[in-house]
Design a protein around this ligand. Structure first.
Ligand SMILES: *[C@@H]1O[C@H](CO)[C@@H](O)[C@H](O)[C@H]1NC(C)=O
Ligand SMILES: *[C@@H]1O[C@H](CO)[C@@H](O)[C@H](O)[C@H]1NC(C)=O
Ligand SMILES: *[C@@H]1O[C@H](CO)[C@@H](O)[C@H](O)[C@H]1NC(C)=O
Length: 147
């Protein structure tokens, strides 16, 4: 538990220490935007800057979104996961933590994405600043299915 706390402080410290921070290999990073389009990624990329607002993972082979890592991206508003291999075992708990307004899950291996998918995603329990126990949050724009 203590080690975990130190790791988190270290990560946050790194994010603040330098402007350019890290960019996942194969991706291009601009101010608050990480674009990993068409990199044949099999997994959610590591080392995404924590202040990222727009994350584009379109046209990869990602089959799983790690809710834990996503929940660290507290400023994320735009997540484009078009054309991946995400399946019905997708863990949507990150939805309740981040401030997503746009989520594109079209062209994946999901059989269905409905608003009820998000209605039990949890209500912002992140502690600092975000109210807890309010109405369940959900993205304003969700694209699913085949397009
Ligand atoms: C992301 O990168 C792809 C390919 O490099 C490019 O076609 C696309 O326009 C970029 N998207 C954004 C929002 O910059
Ligand atoms: C990614 O998926 C495409 C289409 O499903 C497949 O042709 C390709 O070989 C895969 N690439 C990798 C690196 O797994
Ligand atoms: C897509 O989903 C089906 C049914 O859940 C599964 O059998 C299949 O292996 C999945 N395909 C990929 C590429 O993950």
């Amino acid at each position: 538990m203590l080690a975990w706390g130190f790791a988190l402080v270290f990560l946050l410290g790194m994010g603040m220490a330098s402007g350019d921070v890290s960019c996942p290999s194969g991706c291009s990073c601009r101010y608050l935007e990480v674009n990993c389009t068409g990199q044949q990624l099999q997994e959610f990329p590591a080392a995404i800057p924590l202040d990222t607002r727009q994350l584009i993972l379109a046209a990869n082979n990602v089959s799983y979104l790690p809710a834990m890592e996503l929940s660290f991206l507290a400023d994320l508003v735009y997540l484009d996961c078009r054309k991946n291999l995400l399946g019905d075992d997708l863990d949507f708990t990150f939805i309740g933590v981040v401030k997503l307004v746009y989520l594109d899950l079209s062209f994946n291996n999901l059989t269905q994405v409905t608003f009820s998918t998000f209605s039990h995603g949890g209500a912002g329990g992140r502690g600092g600043g975000i109210s807890s126990g309010s109405t369940p949050w959900r993205p304003l724009a969700v694209r699913g299915g085949a397009g």
